[in-house]
Write a protein that binds this ligand. Sequence first.
Ligand SMILES: *Cc1c(COP(=O)(O)O)cnc(C)c1O
Length: 462
Amino acid sequence: MRYISTRGQAPALTFEEAMLSGLARDGGLYVPETIPHMSAGDIRALNGLSYEETAFRVMRPFVGDGFTDEVFADLIAKAYAGFGHNARAPMVQLAPNHFLLELFHGPTLAFKDFAMQLIGQLFQEALERRGERVTIVGATSGDTGSAAIEAFKGLDNVDVFILYPHGRVSEVQRRQMTTPLESNVHALALDGHFDDCQARLKDMFNHFEFRDSVRLAGVNSINWARVLAQVVYYFSSAVSLGAPDRKVSFTVPTGNFGDIFAGYIAKRMGLPIDRLVVATNQNDILHRCLSDGAYQTSQVHPSISPSMDIQVSSNFERALFDAYDRDGKAVGQLMDELKQGGFKVSQGALEALREHFDSARVSEDETLAMITHANATMGELLCPHSAIGAKVGEDMRDPATPMITLATAHPAKFPDAVEKASGLRPPLPNRMADLYERSERVTQVPNDLTALETLIQERIAK
Ligand SMILES: *Cc1c(COP(=O)(O)O)cnc(C)c1O
């Protein structure tokens, strides 16, 4: 299995190379050259398997020879051992024919643990075999950073530095980043916004001398291995509702388009998915684009669902690549236009996108109202992101096809919004109940490239 860039100008790589490099050298994102197919019989055979066994069968064809069957199965087992629920991704029912897929039982209480825990294991194994060491630097608005720290802490061949905007993440998110004691973990509170964190990260990747000297690696959501790990729960949930002999639809609270793109891959592999519904908050560039074809950036408006507050949805490039019949030149041109503020999707490509994706936008008031409603009538306390999904799932579900809404974070991760809507302050799960008592370790850093690079170099020299 080889991986090619969405801009068509970078060399094809193996799974392992694509995972370790993250972004392609032509600025594009890696996608599999061909999509492996699972027959109806293959899918039916997933019935009754554990999450780990399902994960092995779904991901194996994408991974290639870098990892043996035995090693790959072992890494999957380790990745999910720390989850707080045996089913890993359990489902509950919200309403007739509407189901909630709980993806928040991992160590940092958000769905990002599914991918991050696995790539932590895959990185460690690959680097050990190669006798290499890397420095992971990530920028986060909260959830990605905590998931990355949790996944890479204590691993021998990796240092992990996370830049988060000082004073702009929730207390639970901050504590998840600042309380791990392992010496390879470095939480950096940057004086600035999330956009500044992301800009400095990009600067580091573009500063080749620094990049090479520390062996910089990226684990943000454009890393193909993260998308792949998320394909699994589309299969596990659909099979438990009768796939492949019954179609299902999914509603996905969406920011960077990584999670829902995994659903699209599942569909391309042969999972009978009817609709994939993109649910956005007030930062609705994807909903606007799927409605009229105009992909136009505007300012980010901070919301109560901060993990979906995005200006540009980076994984959308992968969907565009297919919608433009895998024409890397055309995609490169769109991305050039994006630098000037936006682009218009061609009529043909828009029709291709709409064959798979629907979309809807949920306002702040509607989000709070849904948390209230779900608590009162569905017996479910939802985080604001999941509430956006559930609202859209309710509006879009039809009697013929089960709707599965993805719950992307635990309500205790966003207690203020949940309490405002429901009057209830959701407690942390027992296994992390002492989070508020643990001592914190964090370095405040200026919004300055040279200062950051110096700090990183000093820390990894120790
Ligand atoms: C990251 C995140 C999202 C958005 O997922 P994408 O893959 O970026 O679309 C939604 N909800 C929560 C809680 C998240 O952490």
